[in-house]
Design a protein around this ligand. Structure first.
Ligand code: FAD
Ligand code: SIN
Length: 534
């Protein structure tokens, strides 16, 4: 049994920013950070385009950033939260700069080089070449290592949040005062399940892109935190809003994850074209290739279906080669590695699952519906993305909420204590799994179901078919779970089935098309602005 003051599950931008802030403010607090692989592996580390924040007040303003966020969110953003994130954002970016994060400057060195992405009316994206996430992850890890009261547990896989349920009480979705006492965690090296007791727990487990066949998310993105919250009977919402990034690099082999070609490339002048070389975005939106992501991804999907093509092109051949390579060295190199010279050849691209807008419902202090349990980052639904996240708002949101959570935790932590009567994890009656291949096959089946029936364009028939098919996978996986020894692949599959089910069920509940959710049965908005709560 491990006892800690604050348990943070996740070492991406959300988890590490929060841990660092708490550790700096209170050197007497013990902060434990869990990560299921190594500390540096996270969605954060893959972020390319950058962080959106109002930086140049001569051309930009909070009002404009708020307006762009609300416009992308298509009626479902919480306007107060949008104002909070936009207005507090620049202060939080300044803090990580002070901790050592580097962002590119203009050639004169006087000002930051601000990029643009889809849906933004101004240049406001701070970036470090096309490796912004890598740079942020690097600087946060360096800062964390200076703080002796943070312990990072690598290869520790959180299985379940501990609540009254584990003490034998009946806990349902309508139980009013569910409390969290920590988590059961699998130490992947010893194969032991540890009980980690915490006065306060924070879920910062990131996204769930691995539920689809094509995704830009690394293999760790299996929605564990959202699924744990669902099992703990906490409140979730907006799960139907899955963001497909319009431009992932197309390769016939179908990599996992697929390599992202940043939206910043379109901000830099890249133009989408069909395989015959014709521009098409003017038929869908006056902002053309720089329209918000839902519009661009749907337009590409439509062109692919209409023409029977496997990809469209992103044309960069007209751009200044020297400037392109300076801004996008990683993208340039990756293209060369697969035999495409972006200065001579157009880049084949397809939409890919990229971000989950819904998740654990949190308030303006990052508090979930369960007591002593906060959530931060991509696993949450704080009211910022609404029905479609504006590009590069995600890193910003994580930093703003990490700050707010740290303030709230500091207010309450001294009144909290550990609950010490928690039983050990029950492993009775489990045997080693005999056919691991069954897990891989089920995972593949789930990805196929989600990609074929719950993708960019949905319908009642498709959603029903997805739910029917998923039920069988669910039953088979639950049977395996109750009879075999616990393993990360089995738990991840189980979590992803929960995610698939929640996305599909929420999609079936929304009887309209809005933002990222488009269904041929209800192609218009229905006039009622409602949130699907689970
Ligand atoms: P993550 O960074 O994903 O961290 C999750 C952490 O939780 C990891 O440490 C993981 O090990 C841990 N974890 C998960 N499950 C468990 C478990 N069961 N037990 C223990 N630990 C667990 N956003 C932008 O704003 N700008 C961009 O330019 C941008 N570009 C992107 C490019 C790509 C290719 C991708 C994939 C995303 C991009 N995003 C971008 C989105 C953004 O990167 C993510 O939303 C954000 O980084 C999420 O941060 P996080 O801290 O919430 O989660
Ligand atoms: C990108 O660089 O295109 C990704 C930006 C984001 O997801 O916010």
């Amino acid at each position: 049994m491990i006892q800690t003051d604050v348990l943070v599950i996740g070492s991406g931008i959300a988890g590490l920013t929060l841990a660092i802030k708490l550790a700096k403010q209170r050197s007497d607090l013990q902060i434990s950070v869990l990560t299921k692989t190594n500390e540096g592996e996270s969605n954060t580390a893959y972020a390319q385009g950058g962080v959106a924040a109002v930086w140049n007040f001569e051309t930009d303003s909070f009002d404009k950033h708020v307006a762009d966020t609300l416009d992308a969110g298509d009626g479902l953003c919480d306007e107060d939260i949008v104002n909070i994130v936009v207005e507090e954002g620049p202060l939080r970016v300044r803090e990580i700069i002070d901790w050592g994060a580097r962002f590119d400057r203009e050639q004169s060195g006087a000002a930051y080089d601000l990029g643009r992405e889809g849906g933004h009316s101004e240049n406001r994206i701070l970036h470090y070449k096309d490796l912004t996430g890598w740079e942020i992850q690097r600087s946060l890890m360096a800062e964390q290592k200076e703080l002796t009261n943070i312990t990072v547990y690598e290869h520790f896989f959180a299985l379940d949040l501990i609540t009254q349920h584990h003490l034998g009480y009946m806990v349902t979705r309508v139980t009013p005062d569910i409390e969290c006492y920590g988590a059961y965690v699998l130490d992947k090296e010893t194969h032991r399940v540890e009980t980690i007791l915490a006065k306060t727990t924070v879920v910062a487990t990131g996204g769930a892109g691995q539920v689809y066949r094509n995704t830009t998310n690394p293999v760790i993105a299996t929605g564990d935190g959202i699924a744990m919250m669902y099992r703990a009977k906490g409140r979730l919402e907006n799960m139907e809003f899955i963001q497909f990034h319009p431009t992932a690099l197309y390769t016939p082999a179908g990599d996992n994850p697929v390599f992202l070609v940043s939206e910043a490339v379109r901000g830099f002048g890249g133009i989408l074209k069909t395989q015959d070389g014709a521009e098409f975005m003017q038929h869908y939106d006056e902002r053309k290739s720089l329209a918000p992501r839902d519009i661009v991804a749907r337009a590409i999907d439509n062109e692919l279906k209409k023409r029977g093509d496997d990809f469209v092109y992103l044309d960069c051949t007209h751009l200044d080669p020297e400037a392109f390579v300076a801004h996008f060295p990683t993208i340039h190199q990756k293209c060369l590695d697969v035999g495409i010279d972006p200065m001579q050849d157009m880049i084949p691209v397809v939409p890919a699952c990229h971000y989950i807008c819904g998740g654990i419902r949190v308030d303006e202090h990052g508090r979930s519906s369960i007591k002593q349990l906060y959530a931060c980052g991509e696993c949450t639904s704080p009211g910022l993305p609404g029905a479609n996240r504006l590009a590069s708002n995600s890193l910003l949101e994580a930093m703003v909420f990490a700050h707010r959570i740290h303030l709230d935790v500091l207010k309450h932590i001294d009144q909290l204590d550990w609950r010490t009567d928690i039983p050990d994890w029950n492993t009775k009656g489990t045997t080693d799994p005999r056919e691991m291949v069954l897990l891989t096959q089920s995972w593949r089946e789930l990805k196929d179901i989600m990609s074929n029936y719950v993708g960019i364009v949905r319908s009642n028939v498709r959603l029903k078919r997805a739910l029917d098919r998923m039920l069988l996978l669910y039953q088979e996986t639950e049977a395996l779970y109750t009879t075999t020894n616990i393993s990360p692949p089995l738990c991840e599959l189980r979590n992803l089935i929960t995610i698939g089910y929640l996305v599909t069920r929420s999609a079936a509940m929304r009887r309209e098309s809005r933002g990222l959710h488009y269904t041929t049965d209800f192609p218009n908005k229905n006039g009622h602005i409602e949130t699907c709560i689970l």
